[in-house]
Design a protein around this ligand. Structure first.
Ligand code: NAI
Length: 307
């Protein structure tokens, strides 16, 4: 088995002062990467802040013989993030790997959720990932190398009660990955998504502590490492937890075509069983596939030849 090493590479891990980010940072460093340990150092809901969490992890890496620096950037602040990326570039010359991991929770049922709590969660998860990715993107393009990971969640991919803000932001990251994958591939920038489950302060009220012994951040980090090596996959949503690794995928069914006189809500409703029948469903590598499917049908209807 070829070892996955990061010697000579520079990685930024956001939200690395605790939980999964800490575990990712330690393992990247152990495998040779120089690591920017970013963390705002706030509470689970995003309030407060201190550099001490990030500094402790950076110190741990250095004590183990690795290279690291702490940075307290708030991932939602373009100025903070620019300073973090610039400081890392001045010290180490480039950024090869970005792990967008920072996150907060403000759970409430949609009825009770304020727009402010909705916006704040979207801001940290989605715009924080956008802001950090934007700050390293041009450098990766110029270098012809980059590995970027978004951190999604089953809450976004499938839905969890009380997490409309978090779920919306987490699924938006899949959309971001899908597009950046297409725009980055010719520069050897590979973009993937992790959907973790681990016992951290974020989940300590949900996961029984005994189960937590198996649901370690380190088990998730093994999946993360596979997403950022030189032979990394592209556009993969890797679900990881308790030593389990799976891929989440989106498929589209062949569907039905109704003649103009049947293009009514009632006919579509009557056809729903056939529309949702998974037989023959496909995974599309880009949105154009869906457009072409429908356009192809329309063109064939009128006998137009498609190029
Ligand atoms: P955690 O709360 O232990 O770590 C998140 C870290 O992000 C904290 O250290 C926090 O200070 C930092 N952070 C928050 N806002 C920040 C900001 N604006 N700028 C910089 N740093 C910020 O949580 P955990 O469990 O390690 O979560 C890591 C990621 O994994 C999050 O994106 C979370 O949503 C995601 N996730 C975790 C799951 C789990 O089972 N633990 C399940 C699904 C997703």
């Amino acid at each position: 088995m070829k070892p996955i090493r990061f010697d000579g590479q520079v990685a930024i891990v956001t939200g690395a002062g605790a939980g999964l980010g800490r575990s990712h940072a330690l393992e990247l460093a152990r495998r040779g990467a120089k690591v920017v340990v970013n963390d705002l150092g706030g509470a689970v809901d995003g309030t407060g802040g201190s550099i001490s969490a990030a500094q402790a992890v950076a110190d741990e890496i250095i004590a183990a013989g690795g290279e690291a620096m702490a940075h307290g950037a708030n991932v939602t602040s373009p100025e903070d993030v620019a300073d973090m990326v610039e400081t890392a570039r001045q010290r180490w010359g480039k950024i090869d790997i970005l792990i967008n991991n920072a996150g907060i929770l403000r759970d409430k049922s949609f009825s009770k959720m304020s727009l402010e709590d909705f916006r704040t969660v979207v801001e940290v998860h989605l715009m924080g990932s956008v802001t950090c990715t934007k700050a390293v993107w041009e450098g990766m393009k110029e270098a012809g190398y980059g590995r970027i990971v978004m951190t999604s969640s089953s809450s976004g991919i499938y839905g969890n009660f009380g997490q409309s803000n978090y779920g919306a932001a987490k699924m938006a990251l899949v959309g971001l990955m899908n597009v950046l994958h297409l725009e980055g591939r010719k520069y050897n920038i590979r973009v993937n998504t992790l959907s973790p489950t681990a016992y951290t302060r974020m989940t300590e009220g949900l996961i029984p502590p005994e189960a937590g012994q198996l649901m370690t951040p380190e088990s998730v980090t093994a999946g993360l490492i596979a997403l950022v090596g030189e032979d990394a996959p592209e556009r993969t949503i890797l679900a990881a937890g308790a030593g389990g690794y799976a891929a989440a995928k989106i498929y589209e069914t062949p569907g039905v075509y109704l003649p103009p006189e049947q293009q009514t809500g009632e006919h579509v409703a009557a056809a729903l069983a056939r529309i949702t029948d998974p037989a023959g469903q496909e995974e599309y590598e880009e949105g154009g596939r869906q457009t072409l499917k429908f356009l192809g049908h329309a063109a064939a209807h009128f006998g137009i030849k498609m190029g």
